[in-house]
Design a protein around this ligand. Structure first.
Ligand SMILES: NC(=O)c1ccc[n+]([C@@H]2O[C@H](COP(=O)([O-])OP(=O)(O)OC[C@H]3O[C@@H](n4cnc5c(N)ncnc54)[C@H](OP(=O)(O)O)[C@@H]3O)[C@@H](O)[C@H]2O)c1
Length: 324
């Protein structure tokens, strides 16, 4: 991959900002940094430029909750006309104690995937990803299970019980947190990150041959603002306890480095989910092999549900014939 132009979403704090800093250190020519509005993106770009003493950060407004904002961001990139080599879809959040929906009825922790999908599909349709581009999207360990207090939904069972076995309808219900979905914030987060892992696998099957996409958990980095909206149990009990266990937490820079590491992976592992070893939130990343992550029917259902909710699809997909 050429180290030319990178785009990092959610670069106004935490891992997105750390990743932008690391990319600058690795000699990237230009790093587009996004924030929910232009003022916040400009602030982040200015801070990064001051720290790095390099004027290579371009601010871009991108609110992933709003389709109109994604379309405006796409229009800006189209106007520039320069393809992106590394698309880092980092923005995300642990959801609120009370359920929050966007104006189009998407649960808040699911919303970044909808916006990221609109952005990615828009860039692919406009030929604005370079031929060997790398796409990395932020995942998290709860998607594979085994994380206390976080439980993902058993999709086949949920679909069978509530949607006559239709997994696409079932994923749509999870994205909208209803009908028949009880709102439990940590479980909503686990589902959001699981749907991301499935979406990644489905996208990989649709990418032109030189490109690759990976879901990557940055691992535990509680020094960021990620749980600012979460309930007290998570903030004041789970995280402080986890932080007492050696090796369960890491600096934002160490966590963000995982994204960069994955961006150097080959097309042979495109579509895979990489995260910490079982029982850990730090250390080396490993390809995740849990069977539910590799369930093709769930992956395709997740893709179709995201297409339905976002209203965005690939206009010409060279490898689509390989999908059916
Ligand atoms: N830190 C961890 O321990 C950890 C562990 C596993 C996975 N992750 C994942 O890593 C990613 C980065 O998290 P972080 O720890 O760096 O948290 P953070 O400090 O809260 O940063 C998140 C960034 O995403 C942006 N964002 C969130 N929702 C958005 C939306 N709908 N539209 C536009 N921007 C949005 C935030 O902007 P605003 O400030 O405007 O909301 C912020 O810039 C997330 O996807 C998170 O799920 C983090």
């Amino acid at each position: 991959m050429e180290h030319s132009i990178a785009l990092v979403t959610g670069a106004t704090s935490g891992l997105g900002q750390a990743a932008a800093r690391l990319l600058a250190g690795e000699g990237w020519r230009e790093i587009i940094v996004t924030g929910r509005n232009l003022a916040r993106a400009k602030e982040a770009a200015a801070q990064l430029a001051a720290e790095n003493k390099k004027v290579i950060f371009t601010p871009l407004a991108l609110d992933l909750d709003k389709s109109s904002s994604v379309q405006s961001a796409l229009a800006e990139i189209v106007k520039r006309g320069q393809p992106i080599d590394f698309l880092l879809l980092n923005a995300g959040l642990v959801p609120f104690k009370q359920r929050v929906l966007t104006v189009v009825g998407v649960e808040s922790s699911q919303a970044p995937l909808i916006g990221h999908h609109q952005l990615t599909v828009g860039l692919l349709n406009a030929n604005l990803l370079s031929l060997n581009a790398r796409i990395v999207i932020a995942g998290a360990e709860p998607a594979r299970g085994g994380v206390p207090m976080f439980k993902y939904t058993d999709l086949p069972a949920f679909a069978a019980k509530n949607h006559h076995g239709d997994r696409t309808a079932a994923v749509e219900a999870l994205i909208r947190n209803g009908p028949n979905v009880k709102y439990v914030p940590n479980n909503a987060y686990a589902d959001a990150k699981l749907i991301i892992a499935w979406w990644t696998a489905a996208l990989a099957r649709r990418l032109p041959s030189g490109m690759a996409v990976y879901a990557v958990s940055p691992g535990g980095a509680t020094g960021t603002r990620v749980v600012r909206s979460a309930g007290p149990l998570l903030r004041y009990l789970f995280i402080p306890i986890v932080n007492l266990i050696p090796g369960m937490n890491q600096t934002p820079e160490t966590a963000a480095r995982r994204y960069l590491q994955a961006s150097e992976f080959g097309t042979d592992v495109s579509g895979q989910f990489f995260a910490s070893a079982q029982g850990k939130f730090s250390g080396p990343i490993e390809l995740q092999r849990q069977p539910h992550l590799h369930d093709r029917a769930s992956q395709e259902a997740a893709w179709q549900a995201v297409v339905n909710v976002s209203g965005a699809d690939l206009s010409a997909a060279p490898s689509l014939s390989a999908v059916s």
